[in-house]
Write a protein that binds this ligand. Structure first.
Ligand SMILES: [Fe+2]
Ligand SMILES: [Fe+2]
Length: 297
């Protein structure tokens, strides 16, 4: 299991996005096209998204005494579907079935719904409408979603169904007399304004705060606010963890790290970019069960 070893300092604002040269982009596009012609999408669905192969990660998050009433509350965490050449309509069937079976109270999505543009995700919207929580569905955008600044089209399609996009904002739920808040920021690389303080503004009276940040680099700023957990994606668990490919992907392939009293959970995600291939990093859905400490019960 890979571990996060360090976080680059993040003090707020927008991080300069990574940009590849035209030559590199042309190479990536050629590789992608070849993989598509060779049946990459069907291979990916069979190899990583079929019911028997989809990764299911179970996580227990201890609760502070004041939030003990949330004992047993389940949050499903999904990320990085990257709809496009290797994931399209119907390919999330196993995920839909899994959520229908587990019926988590909340579903959190941590971004990168598209690969090349918003048109990629439109055929997948019907599946996304089925991937919702019993009490709420909260989402942030990832760096890929801002292409041509059309991310609003996705929120416009899903918000009428109950999805709530957290854009430097928060939302609270009352559960068994306790309050749980979900706070999310725009993507630190591609969002126009990234404001953790604004995201936390409405959470002050909450008994527990769960933060959403597409890139785990947003986690330290939330940790300074003392949130219980930060849910992130972006890294794909390295996707293909080979030394000569490692520097092409984002840093921080880790899965779980404690930052003071904050637990950072980085999803490996469900989709891929570039190659329909993962090594050492299965596509996954995480179920985070909130559990009261015995002394708190
Ligand atoms: Fe991604
Ligand atoms: Fe990303």
């Amino acid at each position: 299991m890979l571990e996060v070893v360090s976080f680059e300092p993040y003090t707020g604002g927008v991080i300069a996005p990574r940009r590849f040269s035209r030559f590199r982009l042309a190479v990536f596009a050629t590789i992608e096209r070849i993989c598509v012609l060779l049946g990459g999408r069907h291979f990916y669905r069979w190899r990583y998204l079929s019911p028997k192969r989809l990764g299911v990660r179970e996580i227990v998050l201890p609760l502070p005494a004041r939030a003990a009433a949330l004992d047993g509350f389940v949050i499903a965490h999904l990320s990085d579907i990257h709809a496009g050449p290797f994931l399209a309509k119907g390919d999330l069937g196993a995920v839909v079935d899994l959520l229908a079976e587990r019926r988590p109270e909340v579903v959190c999505w941590t971004g990168d719904y598209v690969t090349h543009g918003i048109h990629n995700v439109q055929p997948v919207i019907p599946d996304l409408r089925k991937c919702m929580g019993e009490l709420g569905t909260f989402a942030v955008f990832g760096n890929h979603d801002y292409k041509k600044r059309r991310e609003w089209e996705m929120s416009a399609a899903l918000e009428p169904d109950g999805w709530i996009f957290l854009r430097n904002s928060s939302h609270q739920l009352e559960v068994n007399g306790a309050t749980i808040a979900f706070a999310g920021i725009e993507d630190p690389e591609e969002g126009k304004v990234v404001d953790v303080d604004a995201a936390m503004e409405g959470t002050r009276s909450a008994d527990l705060v769960i933060a959403l940040s597409h890139g785990p680099r947003g986690a330290p700023a939330f940790a300074e606010h003392g949130v219980a957990a930060v849910l992130s994606g972006h890294t794909h668990g390295s996707q293909v963890d080979l030394p000569f490919l490692r520097d092409l992907g984002p840093a921080h392939p880790g899965l779980r790290v404690e930052l003071g009293g904050t637990t950072v959970l980085v999803s490996r995600g469900l989709g891929v970019v570039g190659l329909p291939l993962r090594t050492g990093a299965p596509a996954e859905v995480s179920f985070i069960t909130l559990r009261a400490e015995p002394s708190a019960g």
